[in-house]
Design a protein around this ligand. Structure first.
Ligand code: PMP
Length: 456
């Protein structure tokens, strides 16, 4: 049966049997699911035959674009040779070892040991367990609390949900565990009235110091933040923020965790967001771009200093059946090799990143419903406002973001909506011509949304 003939039965079967993450099931009472059947470069195709520019690289992950033969071959070869072996009980497989060695060369200086997981959420659960273990080994078992940020996103397991600052997720099933705290996000546009961005960056960082003092440094294990908050709306902090956060963590003897799940692997124009913001993390969870989403794999990088303590702490009672799955490691290695060979990070830093930002900045400066452009490199957020002058953001009831997202998809562009901001994170292989196509389509979506509200 052809794809087109199949599609109706897919729509029915999906509704009958498939539960979707982050969706209201009732949506499918009136709408059918969008079935994506193929990908090539920056484009995906749906079962209706539409060719769609994937402005989100899947879920911020398909960094090298779709259909890369090198990655397919790497999986194929590894499966033929050794489909699976574990890394428990004294064992390793060659690709696990070679990937860890490779990661040590591209991660920020000082990060040199890696623990494998299968998702960003699992990586962050690993962070929590290892950080508490680290303090316990040193005779400080009370240092257990994690401080994250409002609208931070660190995953969807119980612990990762608690690390994150998404209230809707905490509310579902009463998911917020004890010993997780959250401070303000460093978002100058919405929270920095009356302050320069630099002053506001210091204020937002001071919220960490205030929280540590409130809780007592002896009770705090770590601070966690994404270098640029992704799912929270692509919030890039003022230049003063990360240096001050780092100073505070050092002063109070708190571990600093940089969640690189989105920012890692070239997204911000450097290998890691920590390079872009000069952050020296103690632990660094990564996933998504590690394999460009071709296969699930995640890792946590540990600094020499943290690892040296863990190494003295005895048995590490933690691990997943698929920690360092050899096929996933082979694909990740092939992905990093491809990125190095094609100079993809340098291209984002020197060419396509600045070009993307210039195009979107022009849109932000001139469009009546865009308040600001956020982000760095090839990750961007466009804040939707109903009054540009007074920075008045649309309310969620007005739903400008959903309307805009729908217009974009009608014009074969995928962008996501977060809190009345449109966010984008295209494959890092996007060309200038494809960026032009992206910008034109995004402008159509914005124009139609502005017309809907009588603002154009
Ligand atoms: N951390 C960050 C910063 C993320 O953006 C995400 C996923 N969007 C996660 C962790 C969780 O990753 P996963 O969905 O692979 O569990």
């Amino acid at each position: 049966m052809s794809e087109l003939q199949n599609k109706n039965s897919w729509y029915d079967a999906d509704k009958a049997h498939h539960i979707h993450p982050f969706m209201d099931p009732k949506y499918f009472d009136k709408n059918h699911v969008r079935v994506i059947t193929r990908g090539e470069g920056v484009y995906i195709w749906d079962a209706e035959g539409n060719k769609i520019l994937d402005g989100m690289a899947g879920l911020w992950c398909v960094n090298v674009g779709y259909g890369r033969q090198e990655l397919i071959d790497a999986a194929n070869e590894q499966m033929k040779n050794l489909a699976y072996y574990n890394s428990f009980f004294q064992s390793s497989t060659p690709t696990q070892i070679e990937l860890a060695e490779k990661l040590a060369t591209i991660t920020p200086q000082g990060i040199d040991h890696f623990f494998y997981a299968n998702s960003g959420s699992e990586a962050n659960d690993t962070v929590i367990r290892m950080a508490r273990h680290y303090w316990s080994i040193q005779g400080k078992p009370t240092k257990r609390i994690f401080i994250g940020r409002h609208l931070g996103y660190h995953g969807s397991t119980l612990a990762a949900t608690s690390l994150g600052g998404m209230k809707g997720m905490h509310d579902m099933g009463g998911s917020l565990l004890p010993e997780f705290e959250h401070i303000m996000q460093p978002h100058w546009y919405t929270l920095g009235a009356g302050l320069t961005p630099e002053e506001f960056g210091l204020k937002a960082a001071k919220a960490l110091e205030d929280k540590i003092l409130e809780l007592g440094a002896d009770n705090v294990a770590a601070f966690i933040g994404e270098p640029i908050q992704g799912a929270g709306g692509v919030i890039d902090p003022p230049s003063t923020y990360w240096p001050e956060i780092q100073r505070i963590c050092k002063k109070y003897n708190i571990l600093l965790v940089a969640d690189e799940v989105i920012c890692g692997f070239g997204r911000t124009g450097n290998w890691f967001g920590s390079d872009t913001y000069n952050i020296k993390p103690d632990m660094m969870p990564m996933a998504k771009g590690l394999s460009s989403g071709y296969i699930p794999i995640a890792a946590v990088g540990f600094s020499k200093e943290v690892y040296s303590v863990l190494a003295e702490g005895g048995h590490i009672a933690h691990g997943y059946t698929y920690s360092g799955h050899p096929v996933a490691c082979a694909v990740a290695l092939a992905n990093i090799n491809l990125m190095e060979r094609d100079g993809i990070v340098e291209m984002v830093r020197d060419d396509t990143g600045p070009y993307f930002r210039k195009s979107l900045q022009q849109l932000a400066d001139t469009h009546p419903i865009v308040g600001e452009l956020r982000g760095a490199g090839l990750v961007a957020g466009l804040q939707l406002v109903k009054d540009k002058e007074n920075k008045t953001i649309f309310t969620s009831e007005e739903g400008a973001g959903l309307i805009c997202r729908e217009h974009c998809i009608q014009h074969n562009l995928i962008m996501r909506m977060v809190d009345q901001a449109m966010v984008a994170s295209p494959p890092l292989t996007i060309t200038r011509d494809e960026i032009d196509e992206f910008t034109e389509k995004a402008k159509i979506g914005l124009d139609l949304t502005a017309q809907h509200f009588g603002l154009l």
